[in-house]
Design a protein around this ligand. Sequence first.
Ligand code: G6P
Length: 369
Amino acid sequence: SELERGGFPHYMLKEIYEQPQTLKNCMSGRVNVEGTNITLSGIIDYKDKFINARRIIIIACGTSWHAGLIGEYLFEEFCRIPVEVEYASEFRYRNPVIYEDDVVIAISQSGETADSLAAIELARKAGAFVYGVCNVIGSSIPRNTDSGSYTHCGHEIGVASTKAFTAQVTVLTMMALAIAKEKNTIEESRYLDLIKELQNIPAKIEKILEHDDKIKQLSKIFTYAQNFIYLGRGYSYPIALEGALKLKEISYIHAEGYPAAEMKHGPIALIDNEMPIVAIGTNNNIYDKVVSNIQEIKARKGRVIAIINEGDEDIKKMADHYIEIPATEECLDPLLSCIPLQLLAYHIAVNKNRDVDMPRNLAKSVTVE
Ligand code: G6P
């Protein structure tokens, strides 16, 4: 009912707007009050498992798999542990190599996804240590893993995952920083800076939500587009995939996410004056490369919607449309850049009169194969 949705027309929109609070809840009791340390209770007794891990294997499906890709970047950058990110359904059926000193992290909002559960069982039989990152308390995955951390974002009702995704990425960020600290693979000052900036994320999301009206106006231009391409590099690449998935799930518009540099190996052939391209061009160490990707698109008349940092005049000049978001640390940027993409998908789906909270053919949790 309207009341349960807190005055929002859809649960999805309510859940998008909850994110500043859900991320605070996710960090609460984990980032200390002084903002100088991160403690995850699930890790405390298993520090050695993480410190001595030969490898981390992340297992998930759907949106949770996209969070896993960001986890790969985080654990490799800060902990210097090699990471593989696997679709649970592929992993379980291909007789994978699993070592006893592998750490397997299973990410799942529902904690009930059948393929993820089966993959966990396989990993445990092989003797690996299995850690769950789940939202639903007491669900099957937390009950069948050695340890874990809950995402604590509350009940997610919209089938298209939003607040669970940002909470998963937040947990993975806290894990990577806490383990890097234990492993001594991060400098103290960097550790402190990142914890400080992590705590600024909820307020920065609030700022992005203030642009909702602009995004709604922008959505009207693209309601009848047949296709979309989403591009990002580095930490933004998984967000390109997630942005495309959100649009597909609820608007039924065909969308592809691509790492921007791979465009020249295929997708560039699709670009003409009818192709909208959402380019994540926030400022990071490959900013210049993204700028040249946007130039290549404009040379082929593609219509660019750029996600940029506040005050970026360069991309503003090149792009047809832009959405500004606050700057942050590169590794935390996914928590911000995903927000306008959630809103864009939401508004386009509403324009098309779609059943946003319960899109056709999809289920909130897939408990069968
Ligand atoms: C379904 C849902 C997705 C979700 C995926 C994985 O496909 O519609 O939103 O990302 O399952 O679910 P899980 O509960 O394991 O995160």
